[in-house]
Design a protein around this ligand. Structure first.
Ligand code: F0G
Length: 355
């Protein structure tokens, strides 16, 4: 049993913590690295998933947000603000509530998953839906926070990256080494930047012998890093990564080139297939954007870009419960309704017997 609560205590020696930094925690981090035996067998690799959906607000954002909010408090800030496709706003709202800060979030109207919106509202954030996409929301937030006494808590805030790098530490701690390949969905590109920072810091300290190759995957309709140019109107079912102009693109490209990895795109169909495979074959429910990591591994493996039997860790960035509409509307069958009798139920089970 760990005597630590959250990541600030657990990894304090690796983080920009002073004796004035409040060690805020909702017990974020310490998420499981789960072996996926069924998908490993299908794909011919040793597959693990880092299930970040088990963080307190259901996504990896909690790691970065606890650090950013702790520093905001340390610096005397009273208000935080972010643009978000949903998860950042949920995390910001929760940690702001915990720390007693005002929280303002800008979201793209109509393009955020229901669970995420519910969280931001429940945690008491001031939620503003703009008639525009994430990139436009971030531009406005950067503009306002540059001149107002409000702390920006998007991942362009370096403390966000510091907190998020701790997930790479945990993967290495769990495996006793780095994986051969780290596969990760890429949206605004902060997280891939953070993981690479985490792996390189562990490597420099001699805590791992080798570095992983970083494989970043974007949704095909929102793949500026693959296309090499900004996407004006990004579109994907994976609303979390519906981003056309990633703020941390340099960090992402550096991670990929320094690690001899790759950045590629996966279609919405490939994302949904991987999303269903994780749920049906492994009992792991993640949100669509998260499944881009596994979809990418499936694609890269088919193309021969991943050799057999290597150790692959896929980051599952968010919980499937964030976006129940996708599961209900786009995959699987509607529940069948019958009268409330044993016979009626048996008639359905019987039909299916032997399947
Ligand atoms: N997966 C999920 C579930 C996300 O919410 C995000 C980003 C990403 C992957 C991509 O991470 O941006 O660091 O490359 N969500 C942000 C948000 C944009 O506002 O919640 P990234």
């Amino acid at each position: 049993i760990s005597r630590h609560t959250g990541i600030l205590e657990r990894y304090r020696n690796f983080l920009p913590i002073t004796d004035k930094t409040p060690l805020i925690s909702l017990h974020e981090g310490s998420t499981p690295l789960i072996h996926a035996p069924n998908l490993s067998e299908k794909l011919g690799v040793e597959l693990y998933v880092k299930y970040e959906g088990l963080n307190p607000t259901g996504s990896f954002k909690d790691r970065g947000m606890v650090m950013a909010v702790a520093k905001a408090v340390e610096e005397g800030s009273q208000t935080i603000m972010c643009a978000s496709t949903g998860n950042t706003s949920a995390a910001a709202a929760a940690y702001a509530a915990r720390a007693g800060l005002r929280c303002i979030v800008l979201i793209p109207s109509g393009n955020i998953a229901l669970g995420k919106l519910a969280q931001a509202i429940a945690y008491g954030a001031e939620v503003i839906a703009i008639d525009g996409n994430f990139d436009e929301a971030l531009r406005i937030v950067r503009d306002i926070t540059a001149s107002e006494p409000i702390t920006l808590v998007n991942s362009v805030n370096p403390y966000r990256i510091e907190g998020q790098k701790t997930s790479a530490f945990e993967i290495c701690d769990a495996l006793g080494q780095a994986p051969d390949i780290l596969a990760i969905p890429v949206g605004n590109a902060g997280n891939i930047t953070a993981y690479w920072k985490g792996f390189t810091e562990y490597h420099e300290k001699g805590l791992i012998k080798s570095l992983p190759k970083m494989y970043g995957f974007q949704a095909a309709g929102a793949a500026p890093l693959v296309l090499g140019e900004t996407v004006e109107n990004p579109e994907t079912i994976a609303t979390a990564i519906r981003i056309g102009n990633p703020a941390s693109k340099e960090g992402a490209l550096r991670a990929v080139s320094e690690s001899a990895g790759l950045v590629d795109s996966v279609t919405d169909e490939e994302i949904l297939e991987a999303y269903q495979m994780l749920a049906k074959y492994e009992g792991i429910f993640c949100e669509p954007a998260s499944a881009a990591s596994v979809a990418g591994v499936i694609k890269a493996r088919k193309q021969g870009k991943i050799p057999a039997d290597v150790k692959v860790a896929c980051v599952l960035t968010g919980n499937g419960l964030k976006d129940p509409n996708i599961a209900l509307k786009l995959v699987g069958e509607e529940p069948r309704s019958v009268p409330a009798t044993r016979d009626a139920v048996m008639s359905l089970i019987g039909e299916k017997a032997g399947e």
